[in-house]
Design a protein around this ligand. Sequence first.
Ligand code: GLU
Length: 314
Amino acid sequence: MKAGEVMTILDNALRIGKGVTRYGKVAAYIPELAKKDKNKLGICLYTIDGDRFEVGNTEDRFTIQSIAKVMALCLALETFGAGFVFDHVGVEPSGEAFNSLVELDNRSNRPFNPMINSGAITVASMLEGRYSIEEMQKYMQDVCEDPEIAIDEAVFESEMATCARNKAIAYLLKSKQIIDNDVEESVTFYTQMCAMSVTARNLATFGLLLANDGIQLSTGKRLISSQTVRMVQTIMLTCGMYDGSGEFALKTGIPTKSGVGGGLLSVAQKKMGIGIYGPSLDEKGNCIAGCELLGYISEAFHLHIFDQTEWKVE
Ligand code: GLU
């Protein structure tokens, strides 16, 4: 495919996304997020050959929110090993909302997976016992190749003032001895990592790192092990879109993680990383425009993991 055709497809994707934006809503349970402009939309593709294609608001900063769960899982797997991490957090889709605690209380003695809040707070608690938030920030800067990534203090304060539910989850985790570290400090660390501000470009860069088996394209350096990359992508595919994960996987076949700040991180194995920003969310908390347009992009570029058609930009 020629570069010009890629841009035509991206322009179409932007139009498709904008067509559904009005049906979604910005996240309002974090008051600071309710102020965001729901009409923003940006799409960035970063290919394995080092080409970047983008349209719309790809340089706007927004808070990474749940997409930080992917980075936290990478760091935890590399630091503590899969045995330890998965002793504390499962790998099954929960079929419940991202901030649910019913399944944790009634159906299991550990969170279902690391992509829902209970699982991510467990992972954050492990990390908090080992790393400072500055070290976590540095890790996020490194995998996104952007030294400007920093906490958005307004969003952080706003979420800390309204995070009773996440604290309830964390206290439940403590009562079940799933987390050992201090509950308040664990929730603070979790909320800080969610409040890091990124761009769609940053997410495409991180996506490409995963698509390239953990090797940074610009330096040739391995940042994440193959084993971690494989596990993380599997969990993104099965659990990355909350209780919409199955339908999304069927439609796009691209391991993806959403955040309520409007971000989407997608990884097309050996092909490209994709970063999307669109704060208008569907009822499950996923970027409404991104979900719609990724179906189109997946088909146009043959990105579904089970699509065996060769595809390359010439
Ligand atoms: N910080 C958010 C929360 O815990 C993240 C949720 C999300 O992005 O889905 O509610």
